[in-house]
Design a protein around this ligand. Structure first.
Ligand code: FMN
Length: 285
């Protein structure tokens, strides 16, 4: 039997996770429905270390079915999941991304696909024109796929599994596509490592809601001040262990999130992805 956690302690746990996340105290009504689910969402963290314990195929299939129950734009159902069962293929994908050993180690590796190919096929099968071969086809498919990914992660967390999305598979989208035999207008959105977590992990602080939550109109506040407050809050909770590219940028005396992200995006990343997507037959106009 599952242990009953008192609602007050769950409400307190949610408030504690959100305080850690946003540096702000939220009041959580202990009489709310669904506090257990909120607690898991508020306490979200990715997992990159897994126990050497298999994930039962029936459980995996159940989680995939739950994930594919995610909402879908116009009920078009353009987000697919590919289970990489062949460990040789998983190792081949991992070998493309040298600095992420958790890809090879994950008991389960999935690839979430944006499937913009089915709809034009349906048009052909039904003898209809398809005047919608433009950016929106790609965009809708990617949104659906991302929703399926996020829903999978929620479902996995509900049964105690841990996950880590892997957008790095798009660094070599052409090779991944070839390996997984992805047809026209089907592109990988992200991989996902799944397994039983080997460690508890922790909450990663996010930008304050003053920056990311708007009311009635977009409010561009004093970004420099807000970033500084976030960088310092984050430094107290989860300081960076290493500075990125010190050979290019030197050693900063204070190294916060904004410095890290600015350094990360000072390098060209995946500049060839548009060409790959076009090469797969998507028209992005
Ligand atoms: C779409 C997406 C792609 C990601 N790609 C990678 C990746 O390639 N490698 C990795 O180790 N983590 C990846 N992550 C995990 C993020 O680094 C992680 O979510 C972020 O650092 C915040 O941590 P948290 O999710 O524990 O709050 C990805 C996350 C998302 C949502």
């Amino acid at each position: 039997m599952q242990e009953q956690v008192p609602a007050e302690s769950t409400a307190e746990g949610i408030a504690a996770s959100l305080a850690e996340r946003f540096g702000e105290r939220f009041s959580v009504d202990p009489s709310l429905e669904g506090l257990g689910e909120l607690a898991r969402i508020a306490g979200h963290r990715v997992h990159r270390r897994f126990l050497p314990r298999a994930v039962e195929p029936a459980l995996l299939r159940l989680l995939c079915a739950c994930a594919l129950s995610a909402p879908s734009k116009s009920d078009l159902q353009q987000g697919d999941i590919l289970v990489v069962k062949d460990k040789g293929k998983q190792r081949a994908i991992a070998a493309l991304i040298a600095d992420m050993p958790w890809i090879a180690d994950a008991p389960v590796f999935l690839v979430f696909l944006a499937d913009g190919g089915r709809l034009p096929q349906i048009a052909r099968l039904r003898g209809k024109p398809f005047p919608n071969d433009h950016l929106d086809l790609f965009f809708n498919a990617v949104v659906d796929s991302a929703l399926v990914l996020a829903t999978f992660m929620r479902a996995a967390a509900a049964v105690g599994l841990g996950c880590c999305p892997i957008s790095a598979i798009r660094d070599r989208a052409d090779v991944v596509s070839e390996l997984l035999a992805l047809p026209e207008r089907v592109v990988p959105v992200a991989g996902l490592c799944v397994g039983w977590p080997a460690e508890a992990g922790g909450v990663t602080p996010r930008l304050g809601l003053e920056t990311t939550l708007h009311e009635d109109r977009y409010r561009a506040g004093d970004l420099a001040r807000e970033l500084d407050a976030y960088d310092r809050r984050r430094e107290r909770q989860r300081p960076y262990r290493r500075q990125r590219a010190p050979e290019r940028w030197g050693e900063a005396s204070f190294y916060g999130w904004s410095e890290d992200k600015a350094r990360q995006y000072a390098e060209p990343l995946r500049a060839d992805f548009g060409a790959f997507v076009r090469g797969k037959g998507f028209r992005l106009e």
